[in-house]
Design a protein around this ligand. Structure first.
Ligand code: DQA
Length: 144
C-alpha cells in the first residue's frame, strides 16, 4: 500500500511561521514524523510539498495508478481551490484532509474547505498527530 502525502503553501516554513499556531518543529521534523508513522503502519509513502496550486494539481493527477491513498494538507488552497478539489475528484483516490490547526476555531474564511469535499475525513487541530491519524484511517479504510 502506497500513500502520497501532500503539503501546500508555506508549510515548508514550519517552525518559523506563526509558531504559536503551527508549532516550533520544522518541515523536516514533519517529514520524519510522517515517514515514521507510515513505517509503523507498514505503508510506503512519498511526501510532496509545493507553494504552487498548479503543481499540486499535477501531482494529484500523476498519482493515478501509482498511489492507493492521499493525505493532503492543502494549506491556504483549502479555502480557495476548486482546481485541487476537481483533481481529487478526477483521480478518485481515497483521500483524507489534514490541518495542523483547528481551522474551524479560526477566522470564518478558514471554515470553508473545497478539497475537504473530496475527502473521506478531516483531522484538524491535532498538530503532527493528525497526519498519523489520517494514515491509520486510510489504511483501515482501504483494508490493509
Ligand atoms: C493550515 C490551515 C490553513 O488555514 C492555513 O492557510 C495553512 C495551514 C493548517 O495546517 O492548519 O497554511 O492548513
Amino acid at each position: 500500500m502506497k500513500f502520497l502525502i501532500i503539503n501546500g503553501p508555506n508549510l515548508n516554513l514550519l517552525g518559523v511561521r506563526e509558531p504559536d499556531i503551527y508549532g516550533r518543529q520544522d518541515y523536516a521534523a514533519l517529514v520524519k514524523f510522517v515517514e515514521d508513522s507510515c513505517v509503523e503502519n507498514g505503508v510506503d509513502c512519498e511526501l510532496y510539498q509545493s507553494n504552487h496550486e498548479g503543481d499540486i494539481v499535477d501531482k494529484i493527477q500523476s498519482a493515478l495508478g501509482v498511489f492507493d491513498g492521499i493525505v493532503i494538507n492543502p494549506a491556504a488552497y483549502t479555502h480557495t481551490s476548486v482546481a485541487i478539489l476537481d483533481a481529487l475528484k478526477a483521480v478518485a483516490i481515497p483521500a483524507v484532509e489534514v490541518h495542523l490547526s483547528d481551522v474551524n476555531a479560526r477566522e470564518p474564511f478558514r471554515h470553508i474547505s473545497y478539497a475537504g469535499q473530496a475527502c473521506l475525513k478531516t483531522y484538524a487541530g491535532f498538530g503532527f498527530e493528525g497526519y498519523k491519524m489520517a494514515v491509520e484511517f486510510l489504511k483501515n479504510h482501504i483494508g490493509g
